[in-house]
Design a protein around this ligand. Structure first.
Ligand SMILES: O=c1nc2n(C[C@H](O)[C@H](O)[C@H](O)CO)c3cc(O)ccc3cc-2c(=O)[nH]1
Ligand SMILES: C[C@H]1O[C@@H](n2cnc3c(N)ncnc32)[C@H](O)[C@@H]1O
Ligand code: SF4
Length: 426
């Protein structure tokens, strides 16, 4: 019996590669072995793995009618509230009410702030309004509940809904909602106001949730069973959905494969997940995990490539371009990436504020140097945009069709426009 605590031997990596190179479906234990592939020289194990991943990605893009295209979404990041009922050990996004009070900040952005920010974004041709926020802060912080009460909202998600309507109507931008865990009823309630939604699975590891001191200990919304249910409910509700894994937070190679296979499974059954984020942990000061190492580059590349092989050709694999150094992006493309996710010319990445987004001109140039054309997509994947009947509520269809070209991607250079102001009642 091989010792499971030791990394796979060179021989088992070579065997798994040889099997994958025949085109055979990757078994979970082979996928786990391939996560250990290293060496980028021609013919070395990681080089061979990346070639396989590139080939699958290229076949998918060709089948989708856009060979050699890597996409991004031009977006504005709306951090509606940094209060959260969870306490993920890697997160620097969250504040406590005391921290907010000391900084002179309110618990939530006001409606005027959100509208001003998204109008500025629309003027810069941003087409996605990404609402990313703390999970259900009112369940932990009376300050959040009081603010919502004072402004006439029953819950954080009711406020999100109200703002998504206003942003779409007044700016023409497409809301993408990333508010953490949602129930089936909440998903149904939000579907008519959003072009798409998302929630990172992060990991299926129960250990990271249950073990004192682990990354998700004390964060009820990071229970893997709860998160898998959200993915399931979003699929049943036909919500175009972004999910993915966060790597380097203490999970094992087996956890990585299990997490990816969970995404594959729900995506195959419902078709709602057409982009999967493979995000690398970045240690941040003032967090519990500040002393942990960032995910090593070759380890990340191997995980991206395995994700590509497991997800297949029809799901875009997304890597945030600001979480790697510019010189490393070529490697991510070699590993099968075909989407850079949301990039903003206006707002910082509030989750990783120390890592600015690249300028879009630079991202286009770096992509071109690797043989890829950078194209703008909308907040949902083209296949969802083109099948609006199935994937979009009638209320959001006009906003999507106003911004989509015949290929379902964004019409580059088009500025979203809001509806004409309603005439006051006579
Ligand atoms: O700028 C960011 N955008 C994040 N996004 C947005 C993403 O990069 C894209 O803008 C959208 O997926 C576009 O559809 C997320 C979206 C999700 O649905 C779930 C998680 C994330 C996480 C981030 C993030 O950490 N930083
Ligand atoms: C919005 C998403 O950002 C990711 N996220 C949160 N904190 C970090 C970090 N330190 N490094 C990388 N990704 C992070 C999580 O996956 C979350 O779901
Ligand atoms: S990652 Fe999300 S859920 Fe976790 S503490 Fe940060 S804001 Fe809250």
């Amino acid at each position: 019996m091989p010792d499971p605590t030791l990394p796979p031997s060179d021989r088992s990596v070579a065997d798994a590669l040889s099997s994958a190179e025949t085109g055979a479906t990757l078994e979970p234990d082979q996928a786990e072995v391939l996560l250990a592939a290293r060496g980028l020289g021609p013919g070395e194990p990681l080089d061979r793995l990346l070639r396989l991943a590139s080939a699958v990605r290229d076949a998918g893009l060709a089948a989708a009618g856009r060979p050699g295209v890597v996409t991004y979404s031009r977006k504005v990041f709306v951090p509606l509230t940094t209060l959260c009922r969870d306490r993920c050990h890697y997160c620097t996004f969250v504040d406590t009410p005391l921290q907010l009070a000391r900084a002179g900040r309110a618990p939530f952005m006001t409606e005027d702030e959100v509208l001003a920010l998204t109008r500025d974004g629309a003027a810069l041709e941003c087409k996605e309004a990404l609402f990313t926020l703390g999970d259900r802060p009112e369940a932990r912080w009376p300050e959040a509940q009081q603010w919502l009460d004072a402004h006439g909202f029953g819950s954080t998600l009711a406020y999100v809904r109200h703002l998504a309507v206003r942003v779409r109507e007044e700016t023409g931008m497409l809301p993408h909602l990333n508010p953490g865990v949602m129930t089936a009823d909440e998903l149904a309630d939000l579907r008519p106001v959003a072009a798409s939604m998302g929630m990172m699975l992060e990991t299926t590891s129960r250990d990271l949730f249950e073990r004192r001191g682990a990354a998700h200990y004390g964060s009820p919304d990071k229970d893997p069973a709860v998160r898998l249910q959200v993915l399931e409910d979003a699929g049943a509700a036909a919500v175009p959905f972004t999910t993915g894994v966060l790597l380097g937070i203490g999970e094992t190679p087996a956890d990585r494969v299990e997490s990816l296979l969970a995404v594959v499974d729900v995506a195959r059954r419902h078709g709602h997940v057409r982009e999967a984020i493979v995000q690398n942990f970045r240690a941040k000061p003032r967090t519990a995990m500040r002393g942990e190492p960032d995910l090593a580059l070759q380890e990340y590349a191997a995980a991206l490539a395995v994700a590509r092989l497991l997800l297949g050709a029809d799901v875009r694999v997304q890597a945030p371009p600001n979480l790697s150094d510019p010189a490393e992006l070529a490697l991510l493309l070699r590993a099968g990436v075909d989407d850079w996710g949301g990039v903003s010319p206006l707002t910082p990445d509030h989750v990783n504020p120390e890592r600015p987004w690249p300028h879009l001109d630079d991202l286009a140039r770096w992509s071109a140097e690797c043989g890829f054309e950078l194209r703008e997509r909308l907040a949902l994947q083209p296949e969802h945009a083109l099948d609006a009947q199935r994937w979009l509520d009638p209320a959001v269809r006009p906003a999507v069709s106003a911004l989509a070209g015949p290929d379902g991607l964004a019409v580059q250079g088009r500025r979203p426009v809001g509806l004409a102001p309603r005439r006051p009642a006579a």
